[in-house]
Design a binder for this molecule. Sequence first.
Ligand code: ADP
Ligand code: ASP
Ligand code: MG
Length: 442
Amino acid sequence: MVVNKFGGTSIGSPERMKRVANIIKENKPQIIVLSAIAGTTDSFLNLASLLYTGRKDQAIAEVSQLQTEYFCYVESLYTDEKFIDEAKGIVLSFFSYISGFTKDVFTPYEERALLAQGELLSTSIFCKYLQELNMEAVLLSAFDFMRIDTHAEPQLDYLQQNLCLLMEKNRCSDIFVTQGYICRNTYGEIDNLKRGGSDYTATLIGAALDVKEIRIWTDVDGMHNNDPRYVDNTYPISYLSYEEAAELAYFGAKILHPSSVLPAQNKSIPLRLKNTMKPESRGTLVSENSSKGKVKAVVAKSGISAIKIKSGRMLLAYGFLRNVFEIFELYKTPIDMITTSEVAVSLTIDNQDNIAAIVSDLTHFGEVEVDYNQAIICMVGDFLADNKGYASLIFAALSEIPLRMISYGGSKHNISILVSERDKVRTLQVLNEKIFLDSCGE
Ligand code: ADP
Ligand code: ASP
Ligand code: MG
């Protein structure tokens, strides 16, 4: 059994969905996890913000525009008129439900139900297409096996038991299709695994079923050494260890959801990142193995705030850091980077939800300063202490960039720096030129 996950870009047009159907002809039995068609979740988020702010007419126009796009999509996907009509019927029933949101009160509950429609639509359209191709597939609803607890953590036992039961009921089939991203929470309400969450669905399913391989299909040929959205001349990395891939995903490589590596790592399942448009290219293999002694990649995470707490009480004192950390724990706010001196500690967070309360509580321990609009630039590779020379190479490259914080030695895979958001792209570019193109790229 393998898991094949296709992202929104991989089914972004009818032609691309046709390619997907072609790719999945091999490697049965398999579970196919689909995202919403590219742009749909963004449109629903836009719709939600229109509805929260009472702009009903604009909301109705947005729904009608999206419905027209879906009609065009199905018209060119199927060949047979019968299938086109049936698919139009499916689209119509989804959009009559979606229109309902414009007529009533709109709360976060409705928002989550609305956001789930993208994956429900794409999987319904795809299964109907497989039917037209005479490729029998069973559509499994992720609501029947994907559940998160009160801390938004997926419940693996529940997933495993329920998914296995469903597959057992349909044991004659060797193609199962399901939705990424969507789930239920402990109260039985519709919920989701956060933006980009279909990758996470795929690895959770892969781990639950102990599959042979998990493939994440997207629009680039694997994890690149730098962010291709901002930097020219990037290239795909052939091999990454789980630790390296997890650091890259967490610190901003959009190609993977931040939590998606761990389920595969826990079960030692190979994770392959592939290009739907170029299935023959080898992509990136994430596994226990990696190549040694190299700077593999650099990524950036935006929207970071740096908080500095300065206090004479830190001098020769113990327990100070515990007090500080307890405040972040209280507000369920993870810390990404941390540096200390004898009289001050600086740390970074990306979740700004409780920043005012955090800062107010921290003032009990000292003087607090906050720098907003920062970005973490994270270099990932094999930085064992006896691998000499990398730090000097990196810092020589950064000689023109003002650095707010530096973190080295926290793990053997990661060197991170904090720069102002306005220097982010320049930093990524300069690192590409000086580290990857000039010296030790793959
Ligand atoms: P999908 O629709 O398949 O989920 P995403 O947009 O979520 O696709 O992720 C793929 C995109 O991630 C690529 O198109 C690329 O622009 C972006 N990306 C950002 N950083 C990297 C990186 N280091 N390597 C590869 N892709 C990256
Ligand atoms: N459709 C969701 C999103 O756009 C989940 C995903 O694509 O992985 O974030
Ligand atoms: Mg994605």
